[in-house]
Ligand binder design. Structure first.
Ligand code: CUA
Length: 401
């Protein structure tokens, strides 16, 4: 009776394991390894280094799994109790073990740990030591619930939620937080590093070539943790330089600046390389889309924009948001000085289109639950916006290139 029960369990657990294995294989075969946040398709030296370490650890683990699994399977089949055997229901003879086998297993396990440990320690040194430090670009990242501030201390400006870097140059990053623990992660470029209250962490990364990358806060930080995203745009040095010069300046005012027709008009001296795209052409969330976002819209309604500018002041938006050159000094929310040149809004949640911005202004809490703009702005200051107000604010904010 006991035996039949045991063999039924064995048969069932074997079937379950087989089914589970098939499911995992099926799921893996459907995986897109080159997705926006892939750690398998790497595009920078730090991520590549970490991927090699992952493969080594995976290889050692698979070796252990196969070895132990086959010995176990062999022992189960070879030494199983047989019905026709005499004394099949009795426990097998008890022995102390085999000292040589036991010592051998300990030594082999120790060796396998050493094989993993040496590259791991070297990897820790490699990822924490910014190479060519004097030439590296310094970025100060500050986490807020729920967005990222990116400061460029050497260049004297800050931006939010979209980090633009030159390609093929080490980027030294200092990580801090103003509230709770966050984590900075651009999977294709480098592993995650936490932003811890009251201390600065450091990391470095580098992009092999120009590109448009997805980043994500990777540490639970409250209600909208999953909505705390960001983008990283990597540009050829000359294009980065042109971008940085514009960022260092004040926000654009529609009345005193002619509209540039194209991105090439803005940067006449830059030769554009063929674009590497992983988004449909024209989509905002791509390098091409990012370049389009740098250019002011040809058909601008100056009166509407100026009404939006007045509303930004009258509705007290300027208490929390900075717009350099427009008398908006706020520091608690993301800077909006060049907001119109970003491809995303609400911490990388939405493409920065007119419709999405209107939706965000109309009902921010439905886009990013718990967000501070709604709680400390809309609710506490009793901010009410009509549809006309929203259209004017959208026109104004998108004119800020
Ligand atoms: Cu910030 Cu999760």
């Amino acid at each position: 009776m006991g035996n039949r029960f045991l063999s039924a369990i064995r048969k069932r657990s074997f079937l379950t394991a087989l089914l589970g294995g098939l499911l995992v294989l099926g799921a893996l075969s459907g995986c897109d390894m080159s997705g926006h946040q892939s750690t398998i398709v790497t595009e920078g030296p730090v991520a590549r280094h970490q991927l090699h370490l992952f493969y080594l650890t995976l290889g050692v683990s698979i070796f252990i799994f196969l070895t132990v699994g086959s010995v176990l399977a062999y022992a189960q089949i070879k030494f199983r109790s047989r019905k026709d055997q005499e004394g099949a229901d009795d426990p097998p003879p008890q022995t102390h073990g085999h000292p040589l086998v036991e010592m051998g297993l300990i030594v082999i396990s120790g060796l396998l740990l050493v094989i993993i440990a040496i590259p791991t320690v070297r990897g820790i040194w490699y990822t924490s030591d910014t190479p060519d430090r004097e030439n590296a670009l310094e970025i100060k990242v500050t986490g807020y619930q729920w967005w990222f501030k990116f400061e460029y201390p050497q260049l004297g400006f800050a931006t939010a939620n979209e980090l633009v870097i030159p390609s093929d140059r080490p980027i030294h990053i200092e990580l801090r937080t103003l509230d709770v623990i966050h984590s900075f992660w651009v999977p294709k470029l480098a592993g995650k590093v936490d932003l811890i209250p009251n201390r600065a962490n450091h990391m470095w990364l580098q992009a092999d070539h120009e590109g448009y990358y997805w980043g994500q806060c990777a540490e639970f930080c409250g209600e909208s943790h999953a909505n705390m995203k960001f983008r990283l745009v990597s540009l050829e040095p000359a294009e980065f330089q042109a971008w940085a010069e514009r960022q260092a300046g004040d926000a654009r005012s529609v009345s005193d600046q002619p509209v540039a027709a194209t991105w090439e008009d803005l940067n006449p001296k830059i030769e554009f390389a063929a674009m590497t795209e992983d988004a449909p052409p024209g989509a905002l969330s791509s390098l091409e889309g990012w370049r389009q976002a740098q250019v002011p819209t040809a058909a601008e309604d100056t009166a509407l924009i100026n009404r939006g500018r007045a509303l930004f002041r009258d509705k007290t938006c300027l208490m929390c948001h900075e717009i350099k050159g427009h008398g908006a000094p706020g520091i608690t929310g993301p800077t909006l000085t060049h907001f119109g040149s970003r491809t995303t809004l609400a911490a990388g949640l939405l493409d920065n289109t007119d419709e999405n911005l209107a939706h965000w202004l109309r009902d921010p809490d439905s886009v990013k639950p718990g967000n501070i703009m709604y709680r400390d702005g809309y609710v506490i200051n009793n901010i009410q916006l009509t549809e006309d107000d929203i259209q004017a604010l959208v026109a104004y904010l998108h004119s800020l290139k």
